[in-house]
Design a binder for this molecule. Sequence first.
Ligand code: KG4
Ligand code: ZN
Length: 359
Amino acid sequence: MLILGIESSCDETALALCGDSGTVASVISSQADLHALFGGVVPELASREHARLIGPLLDSLLSKAGLGPDPWDKIDRIAVTRGPGLLGCLLVGVAFAKALAVASDKPLIGVDHLQAHLLAADLEHNLPYPSLGVLISGGHTHLYRMDSPVDMAVLGRTIDDAAGEACDKFAKMAGLPYPGGALLDALGRRGRADKDLFPRPYTHNDNLDFSFSGLKTAGLSWIMNHPEAKFPAGGLPARDRLDMASPELCDAAASFLLAIAETLCIKARRAMSTFAPRSIVVAGGVAANSVVRSAFAALSTETGLPLYIPSPALCGDNAAMVARAGWHMAMAGRCHGLELSAIPRGHAIPQDWKPCPAA
Ligand code: KG4
Ligand code: ZN
């Protein structure tokens, strides 16, 4: 079974092909440098970029995959991220996928972007189920009970900012460009964490939800009280002059990331007492973070549960994970009709799949 996966939920346009033994080919174009000019993703610009890039990217994917003169004979299903994400961006991918499905007479599959992130780990490993899924991205922080690749239930979620959002806002206030999470990681590696500098927010309760807005505010007030520690403005991209960062900022970055990582682990440990997971999966852009990876490695040792984190290149948005999620949906006999809707952030993804004949 060969699945074409399409991703356009935010600022990455990506396409990939996934077969029975994994990813066949993958292409991606990031708009991060464009949005950095505005300090964050501009939805209208992002949709236009997706519309401009998605066709040429499909051409380059098909030539990279080397499927021969008629690739559409070999592709069995068209899978596309239907949400959550920016609505205009999602609509570009969904409309493109519908057009391909009609033109090639292949079934369509709508994929949940957050579940696809978790299945990035399944691209590289055979996951033991049930698994505790920790999804940490720019827009979402969710804990999942993963019963199988197609059956996942949300156990907890952020009630305000996501972990990635908190990192990006702290980085922005510190003088770093958008998206600042990876730069904060690089600065933190140069510093020493003070575990008392920032709080472990919203942990003195008995629930599985997160709230990172208080931590974000604590980070912003630290920057306001230490204006001399801010990253200096300059002509060259920040990533090429990280050695100009003050030692105080490097220490604060390490401390901020430790607060995020420990908060995630506190709630993940608590979630493990609600069922009997056989593994832990950590995924999403923030799963690329070195402090988060070490904290979960320690949790894995402590609990004896194997830990699966995608390689850093597969933590951020990509289409290989969407194609993989589509592959699992197809194997479970699930697909969608042409009425497939795009679901913006904050709305539940409906379970409106229908039975699909075997390929
Ligand atoms: O999953 P993702 O690529 O897009 C969404 O679906 O949101 O996640 C993007 C988020 C951004 O907030 C970015 O700053 C953060 O992931 N991120 C990181 C790192 N790499 C990306 N945050 C901390 N450390 C990193 N190394
Ligand atoms: Zn994402």
